[in-house]
Design a protein around this ligand. Structure first.
Ligand SMILES: NC(=O)c1ccc[n+]([C@@H]2O[C@H](COP(=O)([O-])OP(=O)(O)OC[C@H]3O[C@@H](n4cnc5c(N)ncnc54)[C@H](OP(=O)(O)O)[C@@H]3O)[C@@H](O)[C@H]2O)c1
Length: 338
């Protein structure tokens, strides 16, 4: 594969600026990295949150920044230490926070952040797996340690995260309750949800109790009320909450930020104490090894990405506008080179 020197990239120059199609150099790879020619990129709310500057307290980004945090593509070049991948391999991945930018022709990333995707998927559907699949896996398995028969409540079952999390929780043998609009009940049931609450009519905390785990995706009052439905010893994992002191320390964000997080998350820690439950704030991390597990689940027909809309590269902003409406059902995908 002949690699050009310049490529297209959908990027923004300053926080709050609109993103636009720019020409930038194709990245060079290090010894442990691969260069991937991107076919498709999946979009996620974190993309527009980063663009708006909402994540800079947690992760300092280097601007200008190319949008996009997950992809499916073909390996175009491998570094001298890379043994497990070859040029032409069809892979998917989620790059680490300092190397975002999947709405571009090429991305350079560490070999440990990618995996081959199974033959059951094409590039479009594969590109919607890494970020939401890994987040759900890390919430339910790495932190939640879900066991067969346990009761799990997953907020917003029809969203990018919800559609993945329901399937993974079911594959683990859990009893799954979720929330959705009536129009999406059939979708979340088809993914395996045992109980579906119409969130326009029923408030989850009024009717659910004695759960082993809550996977909160909404934050705010939904997060606070999630403590009430857990049994003592239960586990609340949020991906839309406030970082904790431990989070700041684990991510080497410094003592000042860690203490700030401690103060901000103190009311949630108090709720955890009051209800005798465990509380975790998760920011997902890249992992090729966990992607391989997801690939196996897909090959075993336990997991299938749900695609809502597919846009061409020139329509990337329209794709983000649709996602930002907050009513996507499954994933929004962009054809980068398709
Ligand atoms: N910390 C992390 O590592 C991490 C990782 C991934 C995602 N996240 C965050 O997790 C959140 C969810 O991500 P996502 O990709 O799932 O977003 P998404 O796909 O945009 O979610 C949209 C879905 O949410 C549903 N929804 C909205 N309000 C709801 C409510 N009150 N009750 C039930 N369902 C509701 C919508 O259903 P209707 O159309 O029927 O209203 C729609 O299906 C985002 O804030 C994202 O930034 C964090």
């Amino acid at each position: 594969m002949k690699i050009p020197t310049q490529m297209k990239a959908f990027r923004f120059n300053r926080y709050g600026d609109p993103a636009e199609n720019q020409r930038i150099p194709v990245p060079e790879i290090g010894a442990d990295e691969v260069l991937v020619y991107i076919h498709n990129a999946g979009l996620n709310p974190v993309d527009y949150k980063v663009q708006a500057g909402k994540m800079k307290m947690i992760f300092p980004f280097h601007l200008p920044l190319t949008m996009g945090n997950e992809f499916a593509g073909e390996v175009a070049q491998v570094g001298s230490n890379v043994q497990d991948f070859q040029v032409g391999d069809q892979v998917y991945g989620r790059p680490d926070n300092q190397h975002t930018g999947t709405l571009a022709d090429y991305i350079a990333l560490d070999q440990n952040e990618i995996a081959r995707f199974p033959a059951e998927l094409d590039f479009q559907s594969a590109s919607g797996v890494p970020l939401t699949g890994l987040t759900s896996y890390q919430a339910l398995v790495e932190l939640g340690h879900i066991q067969p028969g346990q009761k799990v409540f997953i907020q917003a079952g029809a969203g990018g995260i919800g559609t993945m999390a329901i399937q993974i929780a079911k594959a683990l043998g859990a009893y799954v309750t979720t929330t959705a609009s009536p129009q999406q009940t059939a979708l979340v049931r088809s993914l395996g949800a045992d109980q579906v609450l119409n969130y326009h009519e029923t408030y989850f905390a009024d009717v659910l109790f004695h759960y082993d785990m809550v996977f909160d995706t909404l934050g705010g009052q939904y997060l606070k009320d999630s403590f009430k439905i857990l049994k003592p010893g239960g586990h609340l994992v949020t991906i839309n909450g406030l970082p904790t002191y431990e989070f700041g320390q684990q991510h080497h964000l410094g003592m000042a930020k860690s203490l700030l997080f401690a103060v901000a998350s103190a009311p949630l820690q108090r709720l955890a104490k009051k209800y005798h439950v465990h509380y975790d704030f998760l920011i997902m991390h890249p992992s090729g090894a966990q992607l391989q597990i997801l690939s196996q689940m897909i090959a075993n027909e336990k997991l299938l990405p749900i695609i809502d809309q597919i846009y061409d590269f020139g329509e990337a902003q329209a794709a983000y506008d649709y996602l930002e409406s907050g009513h996507a059902h499954g994933k929004v995908i962009v054809n980068v080179n398709h």
